[in-house]
Design a protein around this ligand. Structure first.
Ligand code: AGP
Length: 604
C-alpha cells in the first residue's frame, strides 16, 4: 500500500513522475513529489492518480533536478485530499517526507510535538515524521532520520529529502518494503523493483530497521545503531516490457493473455519425463518424506490458490492439510511441530498478515516454504525456502496470471511431496506439460465469446458463483474477481450449500455462475442448477464442450475442452477472469486500479 520512489543524480521532474507511475498500482488516492531548487523545497501533490499529477506539472516536467522523492497514496489516516497527500513537510518547509505504513503512536507524538510548538496541517500520521526529523536535525540528515524513527511505533518505509542537504536523500524501513540500487551515476530507492528495472538489474532489499543513504554515485546501508552494513544484491531478470501494456486496453487483459507463458515458465526446469524436480527443495528430502501436516496461509486470490492445492493434493493421497486466511491464522493458537510444513502463498511477498503468520510459525520452531512472484520480497527473505512462480510483474490490482502461476507451482509441489512419499503420477505430469498450449487455444478462442455472454449481464447487481470439489475455490475466486473490479455484489458458495440459506437470495435478477464441467460431481451440479432455475435465476454454466446435459438446462454457457478433471481450475480461472473483465469494461470502470484497493497490502 502506497508507492515510494526517489532518486539522486542528474534527472528531471518527469523522471520522478515516470518512476512513480510504475508504482501506482500500490495506491492511487493521491500523488505527489518533492525536490529542491535553488535551496528551496518544492512540493507538488494532488488528489487523484499520477496522470493528474503529471498534468499539473506539465510545464515543469523537463525541469532538471538533482534529487527528488515521490509518493502515490492508499489512504489510511485522513481522507484523500491535497493536504493529506504526501510528501508531508515540517514547520521550516525544508524537509519532505514520503511514507508507506502506519505510525501507531502518531497521536501521542503529535501532541508532544504540538506542545513543543510544531504546527500540523494534515490529518496524516506521516506528518509527525517530518516534524521529528526537523526536531533532531542539526546538519546530519541520516542521524536526524535515525533518531526520528527510534520514536516511531508501527510500520514504515520512509523517504526524506532536506533542501539544505544537497547531496543525499535518506530512506528507512520497518516492515514496509524498500529496494535500493545505483547505476554509478544515479541512485534509486522504491517500494518495489518495477521503476528500477529500466536502469539497474542488481538491487538490494532493505531489512527491517535499516536506513539507506543515497548519493548520486552510490548508496550506503546502516543498521539502526548507525553501523555500516555490507551490501547484498539480488539480480532481477524481469523483462521491462512486461510492465507495459503492449497494445492491450488494460494490464488485466494483457496479464490474462500471458497465462499460457506463465504456466510454461513455472514448469521450465521442474519436470523431467514423468517426474518433478525442485532443486530448491533438495535438502528437504527427508523432512518432506516424514511430513504429517501441511499448513497453508495466504490472503485473497492466493488463499483460493491454496484451497485448490488442498483438493489436488488430497486427490493424490489422503493428507492432513489446513488452509487458512493469514489474518485469522496469525491470531490462532496453532499447532506446529517438526513434521509440519507451512506454505505461505503471496504474489507480492509483502502482505502484512501473511508475513505475521510465518513469523508466528517460525517462533514456534516450524519451517516455512514461500510461494511468491517477487524475487527478494520480505516473505522470500524470511521463509526457509522459496519457490518462485516466475510470472513477471503483475501490474493490475486484480491478480490473474499470478493466480494461475501459483496453482501450477502448487500442483508441482503436491506431486513432488507425493513422489517423495512414494506416489507416482507420470500421466498427471505429462498433462500439465500440455497445459500451456491448451490455455493458449482456450483464451484466444474464447475471449470474444465470453465477452458476448458478459455483455448480457453487465446490468445485474448481484451474482452467485457456485462449484463443487476442486472447482469450489474457483467459484470463490470468480466472485472475488467480479467484486473487486466491477463493484458488483458477488458471492461464492459450495453448490451443495445453496439450499442451506443462500438460495433464498435467488430470483430472476440474481444470476448464478455455475462450474458444471464433466467430472464426477457433474450430476450433483445439474441438480443444484435445476434448484436455482426453479427460483427463476438465470444460469451461466462453465461446462465441457459437447455436454448437452448441462447446456440444455442453463441460459448461457462458456465451453471448455474435455480435460482431466484436475486441469479445469486453470481454465475456469481464466474464464471467470475474462467474464469479470468484460462486465467491468462494459461499465467503463477503472479496471487496473479499482477503487479502495491496492496491489500490495502491507497494512494489517
Ligand atoms: C487479488 O485479485 C486481490 N487483489 C487480492 O485478494 C490479493 O490476492 C491479496 O491481497 C493477496 O496478495 P498477495 O498474493 O500479494 O499476498
Amino acid at each position: 500500500m502506497c508507492g515510494i520512489y526517489g532518486f539522486i543524480g542528474d534527472g528531471t521532474v518527469e523522471d520522478l513522475v515516470n518512476g512513480l507511475k510504475k508504482l501506482e498500482y500500490r495506491g492511487y488516492d493521491s500523488a505527489g513529489i518533492a525536490f529542491a531548487k535553488n535551496g528551496s523545497l518544492i512540493i507538488e501533490k494532488h488528489t487523484g492518480k499520477v496522470d493528474q499529477l503529471r498534468e499539473f506539472l506539465s510545464s515543469n516536467l523537463e525541469k532538471r533536478i538533482h534529487a527528488g522523492i515521490a509518493h502515490t497514496r492508499w489512504a489510511t489516516h485522513g481522507v484523500p485530499n491535497d493536504l493529506n497527500a504526501h510528501p508531508q513537510s515540517d514547520c521550516t518547509h525544508k524537509i519532505a517526507v514520503v511514507h508507506n505504513g502506519i505510525i501507531e503512536n502518531f497521536s501521542t507524538l503529535r501532541s508532544q510535538l504540538q506542545a513543543e510548538g510544531h504546527k500540523f496541517v494534515s490529518q496524516t500520521d506521516t506528518e509527525v515524521v517530518a516534524h521529528l526529523v526537523e526536531k533532531y536535525f542539526n546538519g546530519d540528515l541520516l542521524e536526524a532520520v535515525r533518531r526520528a524513527v527510534e520514536d516511531l511505533n508501527g510500520t514504515y518505509a520512509i523517504g526524506v529529502l532536506h533542501s539544505d542537504v544537497k547531496n543525499e536523500i535518506i530512506f528507512a524501513r520497518r516492515k514496509s518494503p524498500l529496494v535500493v540500487a545505483s547505476d554509478g551515476k544515479r541512485s534509486f530507492c522504491a517500494s518495489d523493483v518495477t521503476p528500477l528495472i529500466s536502469s539497474v538489474r542488481d538491487v538490494m532489499f532493505l531489512e527491517d530497521g535499516q536506513l539507506a543513504r543515497l548519493t548520486a554515485g552510490d548508496f550506503e546501508i546502516f543498521e539502526s545503531t548507525s553501523k555500516n552494513v555490507d551490501k547484498k544484491f539480488h539480480h532481477i531478470d524481469w523483462n521491462e516490457k512486461d510492465a507495459e501494456k503492449g497494445g492491450f486496453k488494460h494490464f488485466m487483459l494483457k496479464e490474462i493473455y500471458e497465462e499460457p507463458r506463465v504456466i510454461s515458465d513455472a514448469l521450465t526446469g521442474r519436470t523431467y519425463g514423468g517426474r518433478i524436480a525442485f532443486d530448491e527443495l533438495s535438502e528437504w528430502k527427508d523432512y518432506l518424506k516424514n511430513l504429517n501436516k501441511l499448513n497453508v496461509v495466504a490472503c485473497g486470490t492466493s488463499y483460493h490458490a491454496g484451497l485448490i492445492f488442498k483438493y489436488f493434493f488430497e486427490n493424490l493421497r489422503p493428507f492432513n492439510i489446513e488452509v487458512e486466511v493469514s489474518s485469522e491464522y496469525r491470531y490462532r493458537n496453532v499447532f506446529v511441530d517438526d513434521k509440519t510444513l507451512t506454505i505461505a502463498i503471496s504474489q507480492s511477498g509483502e502482505t502484512a498478515d501473511t508475513l505475521e503468520s510465518i513469523r508466528l510459525v517460525k517462533s514456534l520452531g516450524g519451517k516455512v516454504l514461500a510461494i511468491s512472484n517477487v524475487v527478494g520480497s520480505t516473505l522470500t527473505r524470511e521463509a526457509d525456502k522459496t519457490l518462485y512462480i516466475n510470472a513477471g510483474p503483475e501490474i493490475s490490482v486484480a491478480s490473474t496470471k499470478a493466480y494461475i502461476g501459483q496453482m501450477m507451482v502448487l500442483y508441482l509441489l503436491a506431486l513432488h511431496i507425493d513422489s517423495i512419499m512414494d506416489g507416482k503420477h507420470p500421466e498427471i505430469v505429462k498433462s500439465l506439460n500440455k497445459l500451456p498450449e491448451i490455455m493458449d487455444n482456450f483464451i484466444t478462442s474464447s475471449n470474444s465469446k465470453i465477452k458476448k455472454v458478459a455483455n448480457k449481464y453487465v446490468g445485474y447487481a448481484n451474482f452467485m458463483y457456485v462449484g463443487r470439489g476442486i472447482n469450489f475455490p474457483s467459484a470463490l475466486e470468480g466472485a472475488l474477481k467480479l467484486k473487486e473490479i466491477s463493484y458488483t455484489n458477488a458471492v461464492g458458495y459450495q453448490a451443495g450449500e445453496l439450499k442451506h440459506g443462500p438460495i433464498a437470495l435467488l430470483d430472476e435478477k440474481f444470476p448464478v455462475m455455475a462450474v458444471a464441467v464433466s467430472d464426477e460431481l457433474k450430476e450433483k451440479m445439474i441438480s443444484n442448477i435445476l434448484e436455482t432455475k426453479a427460483r427463476n435465476a438465470h444460469v451461466v454454466a462453465i461446462l465441457t464442450e459437447g455436454d448437452s446435459d448441462v447446456s440444455s438446462v442453463v441460459n448461457d454457457s462458456i465451453h471448455l475442452p474435455k480435460l482431466p478433471h484436475y486441469l479445469y481450475p486453470f481454465l475456469v480461472g481464466s474464464a471467470f477472469q475474462l467474464f469479470a473483465y468484460h462486465v467491468a469494461d462494459g461499465r467503463n470502470l477503472s479496471i487496473d486500479m479499482p477503487r479502495n484497493l491496492a496491489k500490495s497490502v502491507t497494512v494489517e
